[in-house]
Design a protein around this ligand. Structure first.
Ligand code: ZN
Length: 503
C-alpha cells in the first residue's frame, strides 16, 4: 500500500456507509450513557476466541455453580447504555472463518482467505488498524492467553503473511513499535529456538522494551517503557490447569492480571487502543474439552470486569466485546426423566482438575530427544489416568474404545471427530451432559456487545468488516483498504455456494 494513499482527516462527518445500512434501534434508556455521535479516546476490543452462544451460556451457568455469580458479559445485557448485536464473520474463502481471516477483517476492513494475515489473494498487502492508529498518535496494546504471535493479535498489527509465520509476526510487532505485548510464545523471540537464530529479544531491549518473563516482572514493569511479556514457551496454560497448579498460578499471570496492568500503563496516554483475547476458549472447544473452554471463558469474563471498571472511571472508553467465530458448538443436552439429570451431570464439571491437554500428555506422551515413549494402551491404566484428571470412573470397555485413537489408528463414524480429544469429549458427554458437533470452527453469526462512546454502531446485524470502519471513523481516520469480491476471487471448492452470500 503506497504511503500516498493514506489520508487522515480529524473531526467528524465520516460516517461509514455500513452504519447507514444498519441503523441501530434507539432505546430511550441509552441516552445518558452514550449519546449518538460521541467519540472515544480509548478503545478496548475484547475477543473470546472460538466462543459460541452455547459456550457463553454454559460458562455463565458454570460460573453460578463455581463462584455463585454469573458473567459480567450477560449483566451488560441488563445495563442501560449497552448495545448488542450479531455479526457475520465469514471470510473471503469460506462461510466458516479461521482466526486470522477473522481478526484481519476487523484489522483491515477487508475479507481475506483463511490462513492468511492482512493480504489479498492477488498479493496486495493491507494496511492494519495498528499502523493507522500508531500514525494518528494512539498507543496500542495486544494482550492474549495464546502465543502473542497467534492469529488474533497478529490481525490487528501485521500483514502480508501466512498465519504460521510466527517468527515474522514477532519482528513485525517490533517494526510497528506496538507499545504493549503480553501473552505466550517465547520460542518465537528466543534466538536459540528461532529458525533464523535472530536475537529478537535483544532487538526489543535495544528499542526500549522491558522484557517480562513472569508475574513478578509484570507487577514491577516500568510504566515509562514499552512492554514485551512472554510468560510461556507456547500458549499460557488453560485456566483449569493454571488454578490446580500452585507453581503455574504463581509464575504465570491471568488474563485479568495482564489486562489490569496493560490498562494501568496505557491510561497514562490520552488515546489508546487495546485488544484483549481469551484465546484458549477456542483451543478448549477444538479439543471438545468443556472444562477447559468454560473456565477459560470465565477467566475472559474476569478480564472484561477489569475493563468495565476502567470504563466506569474513564467515560471516554469504548468497550467492544465479541468473538471471532464459534468452535465445536457444544450444548448441554437434556438427559434423564424430564431432563432432570442435566443439572446434576453439568455440575460434574466442578470435579475436573486437568484439561484434556494434560490427559493427552499422559496417554500419548510427546517424543523426547533420545526416547520415543510408548502410548498407554492398557484399558485399566487409561481409566485410571482419566479418573485422576476428571473424576470420572469409566468402564474398561469404554477405555478400550479409546485405544485405536491413542494409537492414531481410529476410525470415527464422523470424519471431523477423528482425534483422541474429540473421542474423549464424547466420552465426557456421558459424565457432564455436554456434547459437541465437531472439533472444527462453525459458521454461526456471533454476538457483539458494546458500551461507551460510539457503542451504538455495534447494535443490530453488522459485518465483520464494519468493525474496522467504525474504529477508524471514531478515531477520525479516513482510510479504506482494497477489497476482493467474494465470488470470483476464490476457487469454486472454497465454500462459496451462491452469489446471495455476497449480501
Ligand atoms: Zn479464532
Amino acid at each position: 500500500m503506497a504511503v500516498s494513499r493514506r489520508k487522515f482527516i480529524s473531526g467528524s462527518g465520516l460516517v461509514a456507509a455500513s452504519v447507514a445500512a444498519f441503523p441501530h434501534i434507539a432505546r430511550p434508556a441509552d441516552a445518558a450513557a452514550t449519546r449518538s455521535g460521541q467519540k472515544p479516546s480509548k478503545i478496548i476490543h475484547l475477543v473470546a476466541d472460538g466462543m459460541s452462544l452455547a459456550t457463553l451460556s454454559m460458562a455463565d451457568q458454570l460460573a453460578h455453580l463455581s463462584r455463585k455469580r454469573g458473567l459480567a458479559w450477560l449483566d451488560l445485557h441488563r445495563r442501560a447504555g449497552a448495545h448488542h448485536g450479531l455479526m457475520d464473520m465469514r471470510s473471503l474463502s469460506s462461510l466458516v472463518t479461521d482466526s486470522s481471516a477473522a481478526s484481519s477483517s476487523w484489522g483491515s476492513g477487508s475479507r481475506i482467505v483463511n490462513g492468511t494475515v492482512n493480504i489479498l489473494p492477488d498479493g496486495r498487502e493491507l494496511t492494519t488498524l495498528y499502523e493507522l492508529f500508531g500514525q494518528a498518535g494512539w498507543k496500542r496494546g495486544l494482550v492474549t492467553t495464546t502465543e502473542i504471535t497467534h492469529a488474533t493479535p497478529a490481525g490487528f498489527a501485521t500483514k502480508g503473511l501466512k498465519r504460521e509465520a510466527a517468527e515474522s509476526i514477532a519482528t513485525q510487532y517490533l517494526d510497528r513499535g506496538v507499545e504493549v505485548l503480553l501473552g505466550g510464545g517465547r520460542k518465537f523471540f528466543d534466538k536459540t529456538k528461532r529458525k533464523d537464530k535472530r536475537d529478537v529479544y535483544t532487538e526489543y531491549r535495544v528499542k526500549d522494551y522491558a522484557l517480562l518473563n513472569e508475574s513478578a516482572d509484570l507487577a514491577a514493569a516500568p510504566l515509562d517503557k514499552r512492554w514485551l511479556g512472554t510468560f510461556a514457551a507456547s500458549h499460557l496454560p488453560f485456566t483449569v490447569d493454571h488454578t490446580h497448579d500452585t507453581k503455574l498460578a504463581k509464575s504465570i499471570p491471568t488474563l485479568a492480571a495482564m489486562t489490569q496492568r496493560a490498562l494501568e500503563k496505557l491510561a497514562r496516554h490520552e488515546r489508546f487502543i487495546l485488544q484483549v483475547e481469551g484465546g484458549r476458549v477456542d483451543h478448549g472447544c477444538h479439543m471438545n474439552d468443556a472444562a477447559a473452554a468454560f473456565f477459560d471463558q470465565i477467566a475472559f469474563d474476569e478480564a472484561l470486569e477489569v475493563c468495565l471498571e476502567f470504563q466506569r472511571q474513564h467515560a471516554d472508553t469504548l468497550l467492544v466485546i465479541t468473538t471471532d467465530h464459534s468452535t465445536g458448538n457444544p450444548g448441554l443436552n437434556g438427559t434423564g426423566l424430564r431432563y432432570g439429570l442435566s443439572p446434576l451431570l453439568f455440575s460434574n464439571l466442578l470435579e475436573v482438575k486437568a484439561s484434556f491437554s494434560e490427559i493427552l500428555k499422559k496417554l500419548s506422551p510427546p517424543e523426547e530427544r533420545d526416547k520415543k515413549p510408548e502410548p498407554v494402551t492398557d484399558p485399566a491404566k487409561i481409566a485410571a489416568i482419566i479418573k485422576e484428571a476428571i473424576g470420572y470412573e469409566i468402564t474398561p470397555r469404554r477405555a478400550k474404545l479409546l485405544v485405536p485413537f491413542i494409537k492414531k489408528e481410529g476410525e470415527p463414524i464422523y470424519n471431523l471427530m477423528n482425534t483422541l480429544t474429540c473421542q474423549l469429549g464424547q466420552l465426557m458427554a456421558n459424565y457432564t451432559g455436554v456434547g459437541w458437533t465437531s472439533g472444527a470452527h462453525t459458521s454461526d453469526y456471533v454476538p457483539i456487545s458494546a458500551i461507551g462512546p460510539g457503542a451504538e454502531r455495534f447494535a443490530g446485524f453488522i459485518q465483520n468488516t464494519d468493525v474496522f470502519r467504525h474504529y477508524t471513523n471514531l478515531a477520525g481516520i479516513d482510510f479504506r483498504n482494497p477489497e476482493s469480491p467474494l465470488v470470483g476471487a476464490v476457487s469454486p471448492d472454497s465454500g462459496i455456494l451462491s452469489p446471495h452470500w455476497m449480501a
